[in-house]
Ligand binder design. Structure first.
Ligand code: IPM
Ligand code: MG
Length: 359
């Protein structure tokens, strides 16, 4: 197969982890006889510095014409000032919208070698293997917002807005994915308070009617947050709105042991998908070869599975990650005594070597 992959290293540690992900993809290409071409483009803070825009037009166009997009992270403390007129994150939001990738798949898996790093109490640890399907191109991230003056005091507002079709397409996708897993969907909302959540709940329930073989429940987001840290094993597929999904997946990463372990893949009705680790640009670790590239390497596996439909190749990456963890190699975030501490590059090399070994 031939595929064109646009890489967006972005800011901070983004370039370091993308380098390792690209190595893994190249190893897959070599082993299975595919040809992947990589084209790099700018996004985020580095794009602002070079062009003034966090998402230059050339970048969006290159991404739209690619078979898949592989991103690192965006974010730079230079733009932390709340009054800053332009922010790196706008680039990412614009890209998600521009690619119409409405569903963000965020699998959460607790590897048995990383039990020590998980926040879950040893006595409740069940098999944690859940998938959060986060709505990605709507909700409060994209609703009307603004500032105004009310009776002489400063005020600001954001709007959580969803249309029924926006809810329906992401919920349907969650059910389709659940059918290939343990056949349970939990729809998470705040329907006791928010009108947009009441529409979400109604729509989810209606869609559930088309999937009698899949167990379905609706849950308030506060309760879901609580259950997730206490009994994560009860979840299979969680489907939820943009902001709830953002928050719940950072929480869920602590169950997996580290932000550095969670990949993500954003997909829509058409190609290409957008694949990125859930973590940010971690500016304070930039250039130190200490961060964990596994989230990014597993995102490369998702790219193969969801955008290129190369299941066996995706599995080869996932198996290589598992093998390296089983052999005791750890980056600093997941290191414990008696395991072997390695840097970003070394972890990438170890995984890549194992991908290259024919099974
Ligand atoms: C994520 C990130 C982004 C988000 C930021 C960087 C805009 O936190 O991908 O989870 O909030 O979606
Ligand atoms: Mg987030």
């Amino acid at each position: 197969m031939e595929a064109k992959i646009v890489t967006l290293p972005g800011d901070g540690i983004g370039p370091e982890v993308v380098t390792e992900g690209v190595k893994a993809l190249q190893a897959v290409a070599d082993r299975y006889g595919h040809r992947f071409t990589f084209e790099e483009a700018l996004i985020g803070g580095c794009a602002i510095a070079a062009t003034g825009s966090p998402l230059p037009e050339e970048t969006l166009e290159a991404c739209q014409q690619a078979d898949a997009v592989f991103m690192g992270a965006v974010g730079d403390p230079k733009y932390d000032d709340p009054r800053s007129p332009v922010r790196p994150e706008q680039g990412l939001l614009g890209l998600r919208k521009g690619l119409e990738v409405f569903a963000n798949l965020r699998p959460v898996k607790l590897y048995k070698q990383l039990l020590h790093a998980s926040t879950i109490k040893p006595e409740v640890i069940a098999d944690v293997d859940l998938l959060v399907v986060r709505e990605l191109t709507g909700g409060i991230y994209f609703g009307e917002r603004g500032r105004e003056s009310v009776d002489g005091v400063r005020a600001a507002y954001d709007t959580m807005f969803y249309t029924e079709p926006e809810i329906e397409r992401v919920v349907r996708l969650a059910f389709d994915l659940a059918r290939r897993r343990r056949k349970k969907v939990t729809s998470v909302d705040k329907a006791n308070v928010l009108e947009s959540s009441r529409l979400w709940r109604e729509t989810a329930k209606r869609v559930a009617g088309d999937y009698p073989d899949v167990e379905f429940e609706s849950m308030y987001v506060d309760i879901a947050a609580m259950r997730l840290v206490r009994y994560p094993g009860v979840f299979d597929v969680i489907v939820t709105g943009n902001m709830f999904g953002d928050i719940l997946t950072d929480e869920a990463s602590m169950i997996a042991g580290s932000m550095g372990m969670l990949p993500s893949g954003a997909i829509g009705a058409h190609k290409p998908g957008l694949f990125e680790p859930i973590h940010g640009s971690a500016p304070k670790y930039t250039g130190q070869n200490v961060v964990n590239p596994i989230a990014t390497i597993l995102s490369a596996a998702m790219l193969l599975r969801y955008s290129l439909e190369l299941d066996e190749e995706a599995q080869a990456i996932e198996d290589a990650v598992e093998a390296v963890l089983a052999e005791g190699y750890r980056t600093r975030d997941i290191h414990e005594e008696s395991t072997i501490l390695v840097g970003t590059r070394e972890m990438g090399n170890l995984i890549t070597e194992r991908i290259r070994l024919k099974g």
